[in-house]
Design a protein around this ligand. Structure first.
Ligand SMILES: Cc1ncc(COP(=O)(O)O)c(C=O)c1O
Length: 406
């Protein structure tokens, strides 16, 4: 038998994507290993910051486990969960039936199933920039091409609908809309939403509506984008991760709009879902408990987020050289620092980490241009801690812009 010591190669596609939100943690761990406390503003996980999963959801999972619901679930998910998602869609203005719902391992798996069913090599998918990196990661895996459309910081990160329109080609397979948005914290205007859904309708490609933050707009839940045009081909995605405070459960759903134009796509998604067996069974029992049960935690969560957004907006804009659009939803802001010539967003973020032990994610991790100086802040920490952190960012920015560090 021949033995060699050369490394076993990985498939080429692995080189095709990176995940800045998690990559940068390795750098932070080095700082921690040197004995310093790092303030993590990189991951949108409310549990780490002391928010709690509602007890009635935990009870539903416990009960399911004790009742013996520990086997494989149907690959589309248990009927009770699909009925709850159906009722939720209808209440948000999107006509639905349980046979068009698939229970997934988070929004992430729903998006992966839909994109895999829709696009392959040579196909194009319209995604926003700044983007959520899951989209570029999945498109790299399936060999399809991301085509980035602008969202405009000066207009509170509204999508540039004319730009979207100009990017449509015969190879376009889907339009991704993330509203409310990560990483910008924006909610889109009714006008932009209607224009995007009409565009998808007219060109006959699906609008993939990432609505995982729909219940976390500070002014109250955002209706389904599908409600603006009930004939349009829309697939909606969401989960228990954010508005129901259970990200580790990996429990979510997709729901395919009620138009026969999407029937083949629905069949394709179900076929792919068969291939991965099912999502986590006991957690499916929490879906009905979450969607049909007490949601009072959402009111206080929105209030807590809105308070943190205000602190973020005020303190970041008070720093010389930093501007930040006001977030209207979720727990993200995308400030911009005026970089000195030749510096990148990564230089700023790594300098901030090494000097002040504050970890943000550089904008280019969300596909913005490195020289534009964007970075993302997750503002889930308490207002008092956020104030301390923004003071550290202010001190570092002063030094960085004076060329003393970074
Ligand atoms: C816009 C967006 N979509 C999808 C996801 C993934 O969520 P899930 O935990 O439901 O897979 C996230 C998570 O941060 C997100 O911000």
């Amino acid at each position: 038998m021949t033995r060699t010591s050369s490394a076993i190669p990985v498939a080429q596609r692995v080189g095709g994507f990176s995940y800045a939100i998690r990559n940068i943690v390795a750098e932070a761990q080095k700082i921690e290993a040197a004995g310093r406390k790092v303030r993590y503003l990189n991951i949108g996980d409310p549990i780490i910051f002391g928010f709690h999963t509602p007890p009635h959801m935990i009870e539903a999972v416990e009960r399911a486990m004790r009742d013996g619901d520990n086997g494989y679930a149907p690959s589309v998910g248990i009927l009770k969960a699909r009925e709850a998602v159906t009722a939720e869609c209808i209440q948000r203005g999107m006509p639905m039936t349980p046979d068009r719902v698939v229970v997934t391992s988070g929004t992430s798996e729903g998006i992966e199933l839909a994109l895999t069913a829709l696009a392959g090599p040579g196909d194009e998918v319209l995604i926003p920039v700044p983007t959520y990196p899951l989209y570029t990661a999945v498109l790299a895996k399936i060999g399809a091409t991301p085509v980035f459309y602008r969202t405009d910081e000066k207009r509170g990160w509204q999508p540039d609908v004319d730009h979207v329109r100009s990017l449509v080609t015969p190879a376009t397979r889907a339009l991704v809309v993330i509203d409310p948005n990560n990483p910008t914290g924006a909610t889109y205007s009714g006008e932009a939403r209607a224009a995007l859904v009409d565009l998808a309708n007219r060109h006959n490609f699906p609008l993939l509506a990432d609505e995982v933050y729909a219940d976390l707009a500070f002014n109250g839940p955002v209706p389904a984008i599908a409600s603006l045009n009930q004939d349009a081909p829309v697939i909606t995605f969401s989960s228990l991760s954010k508005a129901y405070l259970a990200p580790g459960w990996r429990s979510g759903w997709l729901a395919v709009g009620k138009t026969d134009r999407l029937d083949d796509v629905l069949a394709g998604i179900k076929k792919l879902a068969d291939g991965r067996l099912c999502s986590t069974g006991p957690m499916e029992h929490a879906l009905a408990a979450a969607l049909t049960g007490d949601r009072s935690h959402q009111r206080s969560f929105r209030q807590a987020l809105s308070e943190r957004a205000a602190v973020t907006y005020e303190q970041l804009n008070a720093i010389d050289g930093i501007t930040c659009a006001r977030p209207n939803a979720a727990f993200y802001a995308m400030p911009r620092v005026e970089l000195p010539q030749g510096k990148t967003d990564e230089d700023f973020v790594l300098g901030l980490l090494r000097t002040a032990a504050v970890l943000c994610v550089y904008g280019s991790g969300f596909a913005t241009t490195p020289g534009d100086g964007y970075f993302r802040v997750v503002f889930l920490a308490s207002p008092a801690e956020l104030r301390e952190i923004y003071t550290l960012i202010a001190e570092f920015t002063r030094e960085f812009l004076n060329g003393r560090t970074g």
